[in-house]
Design a binder for this molecule. Structure first.
Ligand code: ARG
Length: 459
């Protein structure tokens, strides 16, 4: 007999039970569901909505049920539909009629919204920690590579020399924003929906503030219809996770490129690479490829839920049960990617020589040669043109700018003198960019210090 079976004259079709049931995937909410029920029933007792002894009996029994589930002693029942009714059923089996008082003044609609919010709050904190550890590895690599010169790119064409440290710090900043987005989402998740009832609250004198305090919620939702029909907090989480995955995916793409024979800037540790079943020489970057691939899956979750929600009339509709699998899957995916990505970074070998060589080709110091002329009084636009001509000359004669003789320079402009060569060395190109945010060692050390403080504050 279903907990809601009273008004039905025959039982549901087995196929309907299976179709309707969410226990396969919402069983993971058991901890939140039980904690929510304990808070609810505590309040019912305190408010004398049910006798205080009954509330105490229920609380003890719920504690036992929690232990039994944790010990793997419970098999959930598909016919009891979801985690909420499964727990209630276990309670009634355990203590009989008193257990039937638990659901007084509550609906599964506000119950499920509560469970999801509690679950997500916890997951946000865990994911935040994981991003923090990834940032620690990044910061360590940044400190070790202050003078590891590499080419910086725009359009994937060599642009100006930078350092590996400077490049990695770009990702550090992205992850800072990811964490701040998650923190922001947390604030709006931290609102208690319980007490909304099915949609219009209840006739019992609930003390919602008490429940909020017991469950560590910042505030209570002020409209019961919104309380049960809002899934913005899931969407915000999925959106923040999608952006995070986008960052990890861009990073992955670069790692994959850098591992190629053509770039050869880095080598992944054997423990974080895979081989080919046919080609004996292969060492493949499967980890970053999978992270890049799984990004699509997290975006999929976001779009799935946005689409589910887009034309739902108020208030609760069963469509909303679809929030769970996608939200859980995105959380699981992100939590799988972050630690492995961190370890992969922590163990990669950096080919400093190859990076340096790469920075040397492609006239990455051309801007600096133009800036040299500007310092000597040439207008920038004219300087740009002069160096452009020299680059063309270099291309035709297969030389680099630093290989040209002073005479060759002076055939184009007599402003050049021998102090030019110091100004266009790769080290000079990097360290003259001594503007905050730039690649010079001095500025990188400053930024690293700021970010070191940031990391201690975030934990
Ligand atoms: N399993 C449901 C869900 O995840 C719980 C809420 C069900 N409410 C209802 N009125 N059928 O959304």
């Amino acid at each position: 007999m279903k907990l809601w079976g009273g008004r039905f004259s025959k039982s549901t079709h087995a196929m309907v039970d299976d179709f309707n049931s969410s226990i396969r995937f919402d069983e993971r909410l058991y901890r939140q569901d039980i904690a929510g029920s304990i808070a609810h029933v505590t309040m019912l007792g305190e408010q004398a909505i049910i006798p205080i002894e009954d509330s105490k009996t229920i609380i003890v029994a719920l504690g036992e049920i929690l232990k039994e589930i944790e010990a793997g002693q419970v098999t959930f029942d598909i016919e009891a539909e979801d985690i909420h009714m499964n727990v209630e059923k276990l309670l009634i089996e355990k203590i009989g009629d008193v257990g039937k008082k638990l659901h007084t003044g509550r609906s599964r609609n506000d119950q499920v919204a509560l469970d999801m919010r509690m679950y997500i709050k916890n997951e946000i904190l865990e994911i935040d920690k994981m991003i923090g550890s990834l940032q620690s590895v990044l910061l360590k690599l940044c400190k070790e590579n202050l003078d590891t010169i590499m080419p910086g790119y725009t359009h994937l064409q060599k642009a100006q020399p930078i350092t590996f440290s400077h490049h990695l710090m770009a990702y550090f900043e992205m992850f800072k924003r990811d964490r701040s987005r998650l923190k922001d989402a947390y604030k709006r998740t931290n609102v208690l929906p319980l007490g909304s009832g099915a949609l219009a609250t209840t006739t019992y004198p609930l003390d919602r503030e008490m429940v909020a305090k017991l469950l560590d919620f910042d505030s209570i939702c002020l409209n019961s219809i919104d309380g049960v029909s809002d899934r913005d907090f899931c969407i915000e989480l999925l959106s923040a996770l999608s952006t995070l995955m986008m960052h990890l995916s861009r990073f992955s793409e670069e790692i994959i490129l850098w591992c190629t024979n053509e770039f050869n800037f880095i080598e992944l540790d054997d423990a974080y690479s895979t081989g080919s079943s046919i080609m004996p020489q292969k060492k493949n970057p499967d980890i970053p490829e999978l992270v890049r691939g799984k990004t699509g899956r997290v975006y999929g979750s976001l779009f799935s839920l946005l689409t589910t929600m887009k034309s739902l009339p108020l208030a609760y509709n069963k469509d909303m049960q679809e929030d769970k699998e996608v939200t859980f899957d995105a959380i699981d995916t992100v939590k799988m990617c972050l630690p492995i990505f961190k370890d992969m970074l922590n163990t990669l070998k950096i080919n400093k020589e190859k990076m340096y060589q790469g920075a040397g080709g492609g006239f990455t110091n051309a801007t600096d040669a133009a800036d040299y002329l500007v310092k000597k009084g040439v207008h920038f636009r004219n300087a740009h043109e002069i160096i452009g001509k020299l680059v063309l000359y270099c291309i035709n004669t297969n030389k680099t700018l630093e290989e040209l003789t002073l005479n060759e320079y002076r055939t184009i402009s007599d402003v050049f003198s021998s102090d030019l060569y110091n100004e266009i060395s790769l080290e000079a190109c990097v360290n003259k960019r001594n503007v905050i945010g730039g690649p010079s060692q001095e500025m990188m050390i400053k930024v690293i210090e700021i970010n070191e403080k940031y990391l201690t504050k975030q934990y």
